[in-house]
Design a protein. Sequence first.
Length: 117
Amino acid sequence: MEKFDALWSKAMYVTIKRVFGESASELIYRQAERQAFLRREQLGENVEVFQAYLQRLVGMEISQIILAASLKALCITLQREYEEIENHFSFLDELYRVKFKLLPPSSFDTACSPSYN
């Protein structure tokens, strides 16, 4: 599972790319590096700084829309990761259940099982 900051940075990048397109989003990130000293990978660590930069660049309303869309993308990504982890553990649970059914009873199992004579 990726770090939260990296996931947030990725969600922000995808959203900005969808809104502005490939070349304009690259320009936005280059300018963010020059003007706000923010690299794309650091957005998750410096959300407030990037938000202020984005507000200066596109205005309050558009920056709020971009942040809301990024948050929604992040939630979708986190839900997908949670479901993948959940599926993985469900598979492991099923695998262990089958394994224990196939194992012959051990002397410990027979010694610990209650006897109903």
